[in-house]
Design a protein around this ligand. Structure first.
Ligand code: NAD
Length: 223
């Protein structure tokens, strides 16, 4: 299938591009940075998703993963929300489309973290539902994933700081973060295998949001 992924030069997007290539798909990547992939079935475009007029002409995209995003930049809303809207409006609404997936964030559910980042990602979940509804005419699915911590280069400072890491694990019920490889498996499942779930946001956060026990009861001891 013809797969378009934004933000393929590093991190989660890069890992997902590799996964789709390994599974035999034709992958198109958009990033501000040059390509990190050398493969005959990979096509890279250096451009900024904020600038809709700069988006390349790519026909018949079947799978779209809106992944590119920044945290606490000067313009998270313009970048993460408007950028993903630009990409989706340009490539998703045509006969060949099978699935669209957005990379939102656990913080869109909890409201924690940087204000504009949270707003950009929560906006994506609302927009995802709008797109899901409009894509039913093509029998295409559209969902979002809301990830908690991922072991990425962008989180290196936190992961390698023993004090931060201890504090983070304290509030992470499963006592781990997920790997980029695991994210790519979720992305593959939701865009290729899944044919029936649409319009939903899937929280994948090691239990951070749902399983933190704040229950208080006289004489109750949770350990
Ligand atoms: N890493 C995490 O723990 C985590 C958790 C939840 C959600 N996310 C989301 O996952 C996505 C990827 O995160 P990551 O950690 O891999 O980030 P990253 O910074 O390693 O990679 C993001 C890529 O997107 C590209 N990009 C950013 N803005 C762009 C634009 N305007 N136009 C074109 N390319 C652009 C960057 O150049 C970069 O290559 C982001 O949307 C992020 O918000 C990450």
């Amino acid at each position: 299938m013809r797969v378009l992924i934004s933000g393929t030069s590093r991190g989660i997007g890069l890992e997902c591009a590799k996964k789709f290539l390994k599974e035999g798909h034709e992958v198109f990547g958009i990033d501000l940075l040059p390509s990190s992939i050398s493969d005959d079935h990979y096509h890279h475009y250096v451009c900024d998703i904020k600038d809709k007029d700069s988006l390349p002409e790519i026909k018949d995209i079947e799978i779209l993963f809106n992944n590119a995003g920044m945290q606490n930049s000067k313009d998270d809303i313009e970048n993460n929300l408007k950028g993903s809207i630009n990409v989706t409006e340009k490539y998703a609404f045509q006969e060949k489309i099978k699935s669209v997936l957005f990379n939102a964030s656990a913080s869109a559910n909890s409201g924690f973290e940087f204000p504009e980042y949270v707003a950009s990602k929560a906006g994506l979940i609302g927009y995802m539902k709008n797109v899901a509804s409009r894509l039913t005419v093509y029998q295409a699915t559209c969902n979002s994933i809301s990830l908690g911590g991922v072991l990425t280069e962008s989180n290196k400072d936190l992961i390698e700081n023993d004090d931060y890491w201890e504090d983070i694990m304290e509030v992470t019920p499963l006592k781990k973060w997920m790997s980029e490889e695991e994210v790519s498996e979720w992305v593959y499942f939701l865009t290729v295998i899944n044919k029936s779930a649409s319009g939903i946001d899937i929280l994948i956060d090691n239990g951070e949001y749902q399983l933190n026990n704040t229950f208080v009861w006289p004489n109750y001891k949770s350990k």
